[in-house]
Design a protein around this ligand. Sequence first.
Ligand SMILES: [Zn+2]
Length: 98
Amino acid sequence: MSMSHDATSHDARANTFPCVCGARMRIIESRPCVVSGERGMRRRRRCMSCGNRITTYEVEETRAFDVRALHVALRAIRGQLDILIGDVERQEKNDALR
Ligand SMILES: [Zn+2]
């Protein structure tokens, strides 16, 4: 159970979800599903080495995380822009006074 939850945290990581034998598992089926009220993906995987099959349920947390990270980054950029604009305006005033 905790293994399939780990697989939900990152799509890139989920796509290379390893088998218990250590080999990579191939996704044999992906379909949208709802996991505890959130949109997710149900994926059936088969090990390319030992043939073990598992089903994982992945919640699309990555998008929500990306939006938050983007928001934080944009706010930081806006702060930097305000400083730069202030510098440019001060420079322009100084030039005008010369
Ligand atoms: Zn295996």
